[in-house]
Design a protein around this ligand. Structure first.
Ligand code: DGL
Length: 270
């Protein structure tokens, strides 16, 4: 299977696109719902939690794990790839979602000004401005952390009046940093679930980009370039789900944005 990991429900926005791009592949999704959000946590904690998740996905038969979480990609990926993977499972692979997104995002802007919305962890890491400057050195990047958005989503509050207040607050803050932004990247996999609200507070003429389709396309290309890894991924078109919260909690929360019946197992990290 291909393992897909997120702190909670957000990675489902990536999984949906992976399923569309690679319908014959098997996926195992793990949401660490009991410990979400990751955004405000320290580097050490995010690394520890993410490593635990990667180990579980390896043990359950995933030779490839995608960190479908920007916070984990920004804070844990490099350490896992460089420090743990060579002894843990050198033949397996762990990929993040920042690199594939930054390889493409520069093609979307006409003004050369991009806005990034992410968790505090992603914004503090500076990963997006750094990676974008590698591929598109002429592009200006403004960032805004939106620490209350993930809790709103994880708690099923996206339609409440409070959600509108906090969406407007962070949108205004981002747009006041750079008036020439014409492209906003939702650099947290949870945020597409708030997209309707985000659009309400976005001036016309500014496009909002979700990274799911980009990541899915890049994953398909990656598997094409790595046939030895591709051969190790089972292909019966099945998707299974794991959560660190209860199966009931996951089923209820996921039903807002996953339209098919799902089979969920619960696990606890010790
Ligand atoms: N969905 C995760 C991301 O892409 C984040 C969230 C969190 O747990 O704070 O950053």
């Amino acid at each position: 299977m291909i393992g897909v990991f997120d702190s909670g429900f957000g990675g489902l926005t990536i999984l949906k696109e992976l399923k569309a791009a690679l319908p014959e592949y098997d996926f195992l999704y793990l949401g660490d719902n009991a410990r979400a959000p990751y955004g405000p946590r320290s580097f050490e904690t995010i690394h520890r939690y993410t490593l635990e998740a990667v180990k579980v996905l390896f043990e359950r038969g995933c030779p490839l794990v995608i960190l479908a979480c920007n916070t984990a990609s920004a804070r844990a990926l490099r350490t896992i790839q460089q420090r743990e993977l060579p002894t843990l499972a050198p033949e397996n692979r762990v990929l993040g979602i920042i690199r594939p997104t930054t390889e493409e995002i520069g093609f979307y802007t006409k003004t050369g000004h991009i806005g990034i919305l992410g968790t505090a962890g992603t914004v503090i890491s500076g990963s997006y401005p750094l990676e974008i400057s590698r591929f598109f050195p002429q592009i200006q990047v403004a960032q805004q952390a939106c620490p209350l958005w993930v809790p709103l989503i994880e708690n099923g509050e996206i339609d409440s009046p409070g959600a509108g207040y906090f969406v407007q607050k962070y949108m205004d803050a981002l747009l006041s940093r750079d008036s020439e932004i014409d492209t906003i990247l939702l650099a947290c996999t949870h945020y597409p679930l708030l997209e309707a609200e985000i659009r309400r507070f976005t001036p016309p003429g500014i496009q909002i980009i979700s990274q799911g389709a980009i990541v899915a396309r890049k994953t398909a290309e990656y598997l094409g370039r790595h046939p030895e890894l591709d051969k190790r991924v089972s292909k019966t078109g099945k998707i299974r789900f794991l959560t660190t919260d209860t199966a009931e909690f996951f089923k209820k929360g996921a039903s807002f944005f996953w339209n098919e019946p799902i089979s969920v197992d619960s696990l606890t990290f010790v």
